[in-house]
Design a binder for this molecule. Structure first.
Ligand code: HMG
Ligand code: MG
Length: 361
């Protein structure tokens, strides 16, 4: 193809390539280049380079939601034995916080109708915190009978999503949870809280920040020890994440009270996770293989994959205690049982590398 035939965008790309240095400068060359600059821009870029990772935590908690959020929307209902093996394998891989099921109405979430059997048959391990979703007093009583010592309550920052997902207004949900949290704490349980639809709602589209702050503060006032901010339909972008976190921290919530919960519907989950880490957040929700989605959030797809998050953390030198290379085998096995390949990019790459070198996953 002659120069005149080159499509415009290709010309731009090739020009950019010819103007770029043949090799990226080394760290010290880069520093020299910035140091030689005389404009304020040079010194501000030097500040940015030296500070952009300053707030990264050294350690984070992965809060695994695969057995609950991951499986709740699957048409294929996995046998109890498979769910138990999945949870055990995740714990073997180093997961120390895990949501194992939901004590919700099985007519609403048929895939988790076996909640009592899963929770009672599971062998609990020292040092692992097992939790389950609870929507009301009936759910709390079931969780108590099943021997749970931690539960998670959940509601949205959007009125319509609350009506569709838990059949209650925002006001009524808070009233219900006031009783649930009080009673759970009296029974010696820890209570986590979810605020979903923080970045957008499948029914209302935009969700005003004021709603997010209102529901978040109300749940913290009820006594939840940690609040997970859910991007239920995966629409959030990094600037929004920074804005929401800045708002809530400014409104009096502490770093220790906040966790992030991203869905990767539009491919922004890892970018959002990176920004949350840079802002000092230390609890990341994720789901094995990228399983997940809320049946009452049309169009929502999987959570950010645990193995993709652990790869990101390992690469940035942040400890999670999870052994990355034990995860793909679990993902592949659960995918096979569900009859599909799970979306995790790390697992795809790992499986490809194994196939190339002829070793089993
Ligand atoms: P309802 O129909 O309004 O409940 O549902 P009700 O109080 O009127 O009772 C109706 C029937 O349900 C009764 O049975 C109750 O006993 C029974 P009947 O007399 O007709 O035989 N019932 C229950 N059964 C078992 N367990 C219970 C329970 N409660 C009532 N706990 C309810 C209200 C909240 C129960 C229902 O709407 C429900 O189960 N919703 C859950 C939906 C759900 O789990 N959605 C997915 C959650 S994921 C999410 O929200 C987002 C998140 O992942 C974060 C993110 O991704 O962003 C957390
Ligand atoms: Mg979720």
């Amino acid at each position: 193809m002659s120069e005149t035939q080159t499509p415009l965008h290709a010309q731009r790309v090739s020009q950019a390539h010819t103007q770029a240095p043949a090799q990226a400068p080394t760290q010290s060359q880069g520093r020299e280049q910035v140091d030689r600059g005389d404009a304020a821009g040079a010194s501000s870029s030097r500040d940015w380079f030296s500070h952009m990772f300053d707030a990264l935590p050294h350690d984070v908690d992965i809060y695994e939601v695969g057995p609950r959020d991951g499986l709740q929307n699957e048409k294929t209902v996995l046998p109890v034995e498979t769910k138990l093996a999945m949870i055990e394998s995740l714990v073997d891989a180093g997961i120390r916080r895990i949501e194992i099921t939901s004590f919700v109405n099985p007519r609403w979430i048929p895939a988790l109708a076996d909640h009592m059997e899963v929770a009672t048959r599971l062998r609990r391990r020292e040092g692992v915190r097992y939790s389950a979703l609870v929507p009301n007093m009936r759910g709390l009583d079931s969780a108590t009978r099943a021997g749970m010592d931690e539960i998670a309550i959940f509601m949205a920052a959007s009125e319509t999503h609350n009506r569709k997902n838990i059949n209650k207004s925002t006001h009524k949900a808070l009233e219900t949870y006031a009783e649930v949290v009080r009673e759970a704490m009296d029974r010696g349980m820890a209570v986590r809280g979810y605020v979903s639809c923080v970045y957008g709602c499948p029914y209302e589209d935009q969700v005003p920040y004021e709603n997010v702050e209102y529901v978040s503060k109300a749940l913290v006032d009820l006594g939840v020890y940690e609040l997970s901010l859910g991007d239920t339909i995966g629409v959030g972008t990094p600037r929004q994440v920074a804005g929401i976190l800045q708002g809530l921290l400014g409104a009096g919530l502490s770093y220790d009270q906040l966790a992030v919960h991203f869905h990767d519907t539009r491919g922004t989950a890892l970018a959002n996770t990176t920004v949350a880490l840079q802002l000092g957040i230390r609890t990341i929700d994720s789901s094995l293989g990228g399983l997940g989605g809320c049946p009452y959030a049309p169009g929502a797809s999987g959570n950010v994959a645990t193995e993709d998050v652990v790869y990101l953390l390992d690469g940035m030198g942040i400890r999670s205690g999870v052994e990355l290379d034990r995860l793909p085998a679990i993902s592949v096995e659960i995918g096979a049982k569900l009859g599909r390949e799970l979306p995790s990019k790390y697992t795809k790459a790992y499986v490809g590398a194994c196939a190339k070198s002829g070793v089993p996953v």
